[in-house]
Design a protein around this ligand. Sequence first.
Ligand code: HEC
Length: 211
Amino acid sequence: MSTREEKNHKQHQAQPEIDEVTNDQILEGHEFDGIRELDNQLPPWLKYLFYASIVFAASYLTLVFVFEDARVIQAKEYQKEMAAYLQEEEIAEEEEKAAPVARTQEEIMASGEATFSKICSVCHGKFGEGLVGPNFTDKYWIHGGSREDMHQTIVTGVIEKGMISYKNLLSERQIQDVITYIKSLQGTNPPNQKAPEGELYDPEPEAGTQS
Ligand code: HEC
């Protein structure tokens, strides 16, 4: 650059160059391959939106980190909803205790029979006489013939023999009902019975127990 050109350049810097087409000021020092940058003003709406977002961010962060407000913290929101739900359940349980919905023996048996014929009879026989699975009408049990033993078998299944766990497929009430139904098959002596398997289970009938 000659000294004259240099002088010219300095003058330019003092008086900002204006773009002929847009009349906008050209920013100095931003030039690349002859492309230069104009000093455009942002439209007011965009500027205010920007300021508003700063204000929003500041207040949001204050809510989250300073006041830990339940409206913006998901974990708290979740806890609040869970507490409400559990309370609702507790109330329902208490109501049930106060005035239990009495189920008749027929209802329990009907529910147990429905589960049995839908799911269990495939392997244990239409009348519980035994098929792939053992006979339910005799007094012999491989895994124990008490309600607790049967419950255990139904909940864990006997995977190696092909009976799956019904833990997630049946509700606790359905399991209890189907046990009641199986117990009722005792001694019904249906045709085509499978030979007894396992140990003899012949408890003294206790007064007042469901059998
Ligand atoms: C896919 C076939 C299959 C289905 C379906 C099945 N079971 Fe079984 N179950 C078996 C087999 C096989 C055994 C015998 C396991 C053994 O030999 O140890 C068994 C054993 C049992 C026993 C223990 C019997 C004993 O002698 O101790 C009970 C109780 C029982 N099942 C209940 C049920 C109930 C209730 C259902 C329906 C919800 C059901 N099973 C569905 C195959 C099945």
